[in-house]
Design a protein around this ligand. Structure first.
Ligand code: GLU
Length: 302
């Protein structure tokens, strides 16, 4: 019998640019949770959104992980090479009538209501068939009008009604690329992920992913969403908010700040320590219950 690892975690960056302090925090929490459990930790490049990917970013990200001592196991899975797997999942959804073609354009949806994450709540325009002459552009999954409950290891029990808060969501985009929600579910299952630890910006994507897992008969990993890192203006660190890339030197000091943001400020004796020593200490001290729910402000944009 094959040995089934008890814990498989992952870090799934989108190579739209180098890692910044916020992405380091997510990677670090996921790495620590995996290593503290004696588990494996995988890296997956989420380069589905070709127009947003930056040449060379995937390599920079791997070099940055290396420089911060965040060693991964096995080979890196690259989503742009996995279209066949996503197409098979879409075909499975089509076969059971769980998805439908949608002809709506962005401008047609511009006036639709938005949820608390500013995402459009799809009003269901194409749910019962396309209007005469309309051209199918995307594929959407029909969502139930019912409470989806889920457990997050940091945020506790949460509930979302997919119909009210999201609406039927896209699994294949109008530009022909598969959507993140579909790919993430297919790949988490393919890689045997038992534990997803990622940034809280994705917390409210979880019910969509659990719903797809149910439709596709895939196992559901456990979820933990670590605090978002914001700049002084309260904006999430991202390429759009011009978050600087992680510095190529002084990694110990940056990692000390990152550990503090996830409730594991290193002991005073570790002042001046490098990443290897900090990681050894943090994986021995790791307790997910000490990770705060609230966002943290990056005090010095590193
Ligand atoms: N690729 C996503 C991002 O960089 C993360 C996906 C995930 O962790 O599920 O925001």
């Amino acid at each position: 019998m094959r040995d089934v690892p008890a814990y498989v975690g992952r870090f799934a960056p989108s190579p739209t640019g180098p890692l910044h302090f916020g992405s380091l925090v997510a990677a670090l929490a996921s790495w620590l949770d995996a290593r503290a459990a004696g588990g494996r930790w995988l890296v997956r490049m989420e380069d589905l959104d070709r127009p947003r990917c930056e040449p060379g970013a995937a390599d920079s990200i791997l070099r940055q992980l290396d420089a911060y001592g965040l060693q991964w196991d096995g080979t890196v899975l690259v989503q742009s090479l996995r279209d066949d797997a996503y197409a098979a999942a879409l075909a499975a959804l089509q076969a059971v009538g769980a998805v439908y073609p949608c002809a709506c354009t962005r401008s047609q949806l511009a006036q639709a209501p938005r949820n608390h994450e500013s995402e459009i709540i799809y009003p269901g325009t194409c749910r019962n068939g396309l209007a005469a002459g309309a051209i199918a552009r995307a594929w959407r999954v029909r969502v139930p009008d019912a409470a989806s409950r889920f457990h997050d290891r940091i945020h506790g029990e949460l509930t979302q009604n997919l119909a009210h808060d999201v609406g039927d969501f896209i699994v294949k985009r109008a530009d022909g690329w598969f959507a993140y929600q579909l790919a993430v579910v297919v790949d988490d299952a393919f890689q045997g992920i038992t534990d997803v630890v990622r940034g809280a910006d994705l917390l409210w994507n979880t019910p969509r992913q659990i719903y797809l897992q149910t439709l596709l008969g895939l196992p559901m990993p456990r979820y933990a969403h670590v605090p978002l890192i914001t700049n002084a203006a309260g904006q999430k660190l991202s390429k759009q908010t011009r978050a600087p890339a992680l510095p190529g030197a002084g990694q110990g000091a940056v990692m000390t700040q990152a550990l503090a943001a996830i409730g594991h400020a290193p002991a005073r004796e570790l002042a001046g320590a490098g990443p290897a020593e900090l990681l050894a200490w943090a994986s021995a001290s790791w307790q997910i219950k000490n990770v705060p729910r609230h966002p943290a402000i990056a005090n010095t944009p590193p």
